[in-house]
Design a protein around this ligand. Structure first.
Ligand SMILES: NC(=O)c1ccc[n+]([C@@H]2O[C@H](COP(=O)([O-])OP(=O)(O)OC[C@H]3O[C@@H](n4cnc5c(N)ncnc54)[C@H](O)[C@@H]3O)[C@@H](O)[C@H]2O)c1
Length: 313
């Protein structure tokens, strides 16, 4: 099993065309298939226009546009698309039955060691892989939209996905496509969409109970939470606030809102008991060599930097 260089994409819609473009820019030979031939022509137009935009923004050189385009072949038959390929990436609509049907067809025509990747946003990989005979070669690759510019791809290990499948896809995404990856176990919604769903559910509750409106929810993210999480992530940020503060806030919120989900988690209780409260004690969720003042100043400088980039200062 060598390096992945032949990639077949099934479904040339919003995600499929963008993933095809990313793989073509990574110098892979790409075959792109869709059930509707009009969509294929349209996908090529979109890819050309995306590449032009990237060149205008100086992300790529103008001469790279035709090079990337020449790496893509559109095909009208599924069997031709997957016949000789190292990796199949399915990007058909979010429908379990359809995805199962597509993969059971793909498996009939592709080589034995081809990796089968699904771009599903939320559906369990185990549910999809029930349709195929070799589930060890199926993996979830949840790309972000637009895939040719956003860095992260979630890799989801199905209940039967083999280690070598995960290693090969990770190597391909990181080294060839220059993506950042996270690997998680199979679970509906994975990481990105499960956390996004939790935020959406809470934000909707705040709006529907009349506490605020959608515009102000968006503002809390664009003017604060989005910036802070961008810089520190939801866990590292707690070390700057103080885990003791978070612990007491959790107790208050869970009691006042009568909502068990806000109760302090066990890891937090244990950290507080051990006196590991964040940058003020030199250890919280993470360990710190620098003093409180140094860490605090570093935080201020990072916030200034991001506000300057965003023209908010
Ligand atoms: N839209 C997003 O922002 C986004 C982000 C990440 C992941 N995803 C996931 O990517 C997948 C595709 O979503 P999308 O937004 O690109 O959908 P889309 O509707 O834009 O594209 C789907 C394409 O699949 C084609 N298709 C349908 N049945 C087919 C078949 N049997 N064989 C071949 N092609 C077929 C359609 O003609 C269409 O062009 C979904 O699983 C979705 O959850 C979407």
């Amino acid at each position: 099993m060598g390096e992945i260089s032949q990639v077949s994409i099934i479904g040339a819609g919003l995600m499929g065309h963008g993933i095809a473009q990313t793989c073509a820019q990574a110098n892979c030979n790409v075959k792109l298939y869709d059930i509707k031939s009009g969509i294929l022509e349209n996908a090529l137009k979109r890819i050309r226009s995306n590449l032009k935009l990237l060149a205008e923004e100086r992300i790529i050189k103008h001469k790279d546009i035709n090079k990337a385009l020449s790496n893509i072949n559109i095909v009208n038959k599924l069997e031709v698309c997957v016949k000789e390929t190292d990796l199949v990436i399915e990007a058909v609509p979010e429908d379990l039955k359809l995805k199962r049907k597509v993969f059971s067809e793909v498996e009939k025509y592709c080589p034995e060691d081809t990796i089968l990747a699904t771009t599903t946003s939320v559906i369990s990989i185990g549910d999809i892989s029930e349709a195929i005979e070799k589930p060890e070669r199926m993996v979830g690759t949840h790309w972000m939209n637009p895939p040719f510019i956003l860095p992260l791809v979630e890799i989801i290990r199905g209940p039967q996905t083999s280690d070598s499948t995960v290693e090969r896809i990770k190597e391909f995404l990181e080294n060839k496509c220059k993506k950042k990856t996270i690997v998680c176990r199979d679970s509906p919604g994975f990481l990105v969409n499960r956390m996004a769903a939790a935020v959406l559910a809470e934000a909707s509750k705040l709006v529907e109970s009349g506490i605020t409106n959608m515009e102000d929810i968006d503002k809390t993210w664009t003017e604060h939470l989005g910036l802070i999480y961008l810089l520190f992530g939801p866990f590292r940020n707690l070390d700057y606030i103080g885990l003791d503060i978070i612990y007491f806030a959790s107790i208050y919120l869970s009691n006042a809102l009568k909502d068990e989900r806000f109760k302090p988690p066990n890891w937090l209780l244990n950290k507080v008991k051990r006196g590991q409260l964040g940058i003020k004690t030199g250890e919280g969720i993470y360990k710190y060599e620098k003093t409180f003042e140094e860490m605090y100043n570093q935080r201020i400088r990072s916030i200034i930097k991001i506000l300057r980039i965003l023209n908010k200062l």
